[in-house]
Design a protein around this ligand. Structure first.
Ligand SMILES: O=P(O)(O)OC[C@H]1O[C@H](O[C@H]2O[C@H](CO)[C@@H](O)[C@H](O)[C@H]2O)[C@H](O)[C@@H](O)[C@@H]1O
Length: 286
């Protein structure tokens, strides 16, 4: 049967990663970002849901692999809810690493581990509205409270990029005052605790599972740390495939991610197509 041409990586390293995954799937980890990768980007973050084909594609693929893990900036419980990942046959061993790896949910037990946020987050929560007012943040600016982080979204303002650029420095200063850092993303500036990122989360997960190969798919700046982790593992002879979920909303792609990817697919529909193609290729019934 073979993998369709549209999912064949453009780089030799990516083709090695794909070949390793297909030849020894039980030793492979497939790691996926959530927003923009499994879930189409929408204007209201609370309305984001996994692509309708995601659960089916994952549930066919996951039992053939060493592990599937979702690595997201969302709180783990929110990704589980919006992804519809709980109780899905085939996804009994799914892991979700939330808040850039600070939180963890296991489908096998339903257990969620979520450490207490550092005190700076509560102080930030109290100070942020005044700062946004002082900076005359325009209508449509919206703050998402993630418990251990606060994300200021500009997608619903009249000028999302200009608003983001204008708020960047004052939000960075406020974050620093409270011992926090700014994580930039697609029309969002997230103020969160330092010390975790998707690269460290992915590296620890690969070690835990003794992975011999990895596929990582992402769409945003927060995924660059995971890309770096895969690139680092490649220097240690662990093959890896980097997938970029390209934007389908008319906004510019995250250039650095697209440039470093072995394979660029058109948004979550493309990611689901890739997962379905891998599932079909690895399925004994083919
Ligand atoms: O690591 P991810 O799973 O990609 O999460 C990153 C952030 O995604 C969410 O914001 C993004 O998606 C929204 C819904 O499509 C969109 O409206 C927003 O413009 C995007 O930035 C989420 O709201 C954040 O909490 C995540 O950190």
């Amino acid at each position: 049967m073979g993998i369709p041409e549209e999912f064949v990586p453009r780089t030799p390293a990516g083709r090695d990663g794909l070949a390793a995954l297909l030849s020894a799937p039980r030793e492979a980890v497939v790691a996926l970002d959530f927003d923009g990768t499994l879930a189409p980007i929408v204007a209201d973050p609370d309305a984001a849901r996994a692509h309708p084909g995601a659960a089916a594609a994952l549930s066919r693929l996951a039992p053939r692999l060493g592990a599937v893990v979702v690595v997201t900036g969302r709180p783990a419980a929110v990704a589980v809810e919006y992804g519809g990942f709980a109780g899905v046959p085939g996804l009994e061993h799914l892991t979700v690493l939330g808040q850039y790896g600070a939180e963890r949910w296991e489908a096998r037990t339903g257990a969620l581990s979520s450490p207490e946020p550092p005190p700076g987050v509560a102080a930030l929560r109290a100070a942020l509205p005044a700062l946004l007012a002082a900076e005359r943040a325009p209508e449509g600016t919206w703050t998402e409270d993630k418990g251990r982080a606060l994300a200021v979204h500009t997608r619903r303002t009249a000028e999302p990029q200009q608003t983001l650029d204008r708020l960047r420095a004052p939000l960075a200063a406020l974050a620093a005052e409270h011992g926090l850092v700014v994580e930039p993303g697609r029309f969002v500036l997230e103020l969160r605790p330092p010390g975790v990122d998707k690269g460290a989360a992915l590296t620890a997960f690969l070690a835990e599972r003794s992975a011999r190969t990895v596929l990582y798919a992402g769409d945003d700046l927060g995924d660059l740390a995971a890309y770096a982790a895969v690139e680092e593992r490649r220097t240690e002879e662990l093959p890896g495939l980097l997938v970029c979920s390209g934007p389908t909303t008319g906004e510019a792609p995250v250039r650095e991610l697209a440039d470093r990817a072995d394979l660029v697919v058109p948004g979550p529909a493309g990611v689901v197509g890739l997962l379905a193609a891998l599932g079909a290729e690895l399925s004994p019934a083919r």
